[in-house]
Design a protein around this ligand. Structure first.
Ligand SMILES: C[S@@+](CC[C@H](N)C(=O)[O-])C[C@H]1O[C@@H](n2cnc3c(N)ncnc32)[C@H](O)[C@@H]1O
Length: 218
């Protein structure tokens, strides 16, 4: 998702350090200081305009949430969403690349990783950029505890099939695989912007929860 270039975006982000955490590498291993509690931390990589992560934070005040987004112009929209929701105390944003997560989170800092409607990168030569490529799975494994989980939703059948294979080949246990999530919409499902858009067009939403396994369990 690319929005029109906004030259003031960087300044806007810097002026909201209470929402977009500045110098996140300094929080590695001590995110509890940011939230003033030891509650579990869930992150969404590729948070876009922030609808999902904001909804999750409002629905689950006993969990801390961080939305991670690469682009200035997009995270500005997420900041506005967080403000409109009354700036929940259990929610922050990071303007960083998901490929660099290990710079900001140590082993077990994060309790769950959400990937929602990740960019599909359909060309084979771009496969390494897919957020479910084994290179990214390794990164998530390094910031999650043993048996940590990734919850993944997408409208893109090709990316979903690729991801099931990638996760399975990595030795992850696949649970709650759905080929049409909205047929029996889980009560606690929080819709993302893309989910609303694609489901309104009648497209099925695919979902899986994948759990990392210990070497002896693979
Ligand atoms: C297709 S949008 C989906 C947004 C939102 N999750 C939703 O479901 O509505 C994917 C988002 O992921 C972001 N993104 C892609 N690769 C990323 C990366 N490596 N690190 C952080 N964000 C990334 C993009 O900038 C874009 O905003």
């Amino acid at each position: 998702m690319r929005l029109r270039h906004k030259p003031w975006a960087e300044e806007f982000i810097a002026s909201h350090p209470d929402i977009v955490v500045p110098n996140p590498e300094e929080q590695k291993g001590k995110w509890n200081e940011v939230f003033n509690n030891d509650n579990p931390l869930h992150i969404e990589v590729g948070t876009g305009k922030g609808q999902f992560i904001t909804g999750m934070a409002l629905a689950n005040p006993e969990i801390n949430y961080i939305g991670i987004e690469l682009f200035d112009s997009v995270i500005v929209k997420a900041v506005e969403k967080v403000q409109a929701a009354g700036q929940p105390a259990n929610l922050r944003l990071l303007k960083v690349n998901g490929a660099d997560l290990e710079e900001f989170f140590g082993k077990t800092d994060v309790d769950c990783v959400y990937l929602n409607f990740s960019d599909p990168w359909p060309k084979t030569r771009h496969a390494k950029r897919r957020l479910t490529h084994e290179g990214f799975l390794k990164i998530y494994e390094n910031i999650l505890p043993d048996h940590g989980e990734i919850h993944f939703k997408t409208d893109n059948r090709g990316l979903f099939e690729y991801s099931l294979v990638s996760m399975s080949q990595y030795g992850m246990k696949l649970e709650y695989v759905s080929l049409d999530l909205h047929v029996e919409m889980p009560e606690d499902n929080i819709m993302t912007e893309y989910e609303e858009k694609f489901s309104a067009k009648g497209q099925p939403i695919y979902r899986v929860e994948a759990q990392f396994q210990l070497p002896e369990e693979k």
